[in-house]
Design a protein around this ligand. Structure first.
Ligand code: ZN
Ligand code: ZN
Length: 124
């Protein structure tokens, strides 16, 4: 939803985009679909204009292609780590089982051997 207005030498696009996005959970690697909302604020220059900013969008005759600005804003709005749900338990670091499906019974308190020396150091 949004508007495109004529600001003299450029067209101004102001919109809110809502989309269903295919994501992969950063903890359990499950594929899921999440809702994304993003704000789009872009200028479109006529293709014939001079001194167009490097990353600016252009339009020709009466066609304004919104695909790229919308795609970019959705990409920027993506979280660094998407989670299938807030309390996702992730995969077991020992056996790789999906811990959302139940406790696999592994002992996950084992410290990474590379960190053991550090742990010892902190203790001293
Ligand atoms: Zn997950
Ligand atoms: Zn396990």
């Amino acid at each position: 939803k949004g508007t495109i207005s004529n600001a003299g030498d450029v067209l101004l696009l102001e919109a809110m985009v809502e989309a269903m996005v295919n994501r992969t959970c950063g903890r359990c690697l499950k594929a899921f679909t999440g809702k994304s909302t993003a704000e789009v604020l872009e200028k479109f220059y006529p293709a014939s204009a001079e001194n167009i900013e490097n990353d600016a969008f252009i339009y020709e005759s009466d066609i304004v292609d919104l695909t790229e600005p919308i795609r970019e804003s959705l990409l920027l709005a993506e979280p660094l780590q998407a989670l299938c749900r807030i309390d996702c338990q992730g995969l077991c670091p020992v056996c790789g089982a999906d811990r959302n499906k139940g406790d696999c019974g592994c002992d996950t308190t084992t410290v990474d051997p590379r960190l053991a020396a550090l742990k010892q150091f902190i203790k001293n």
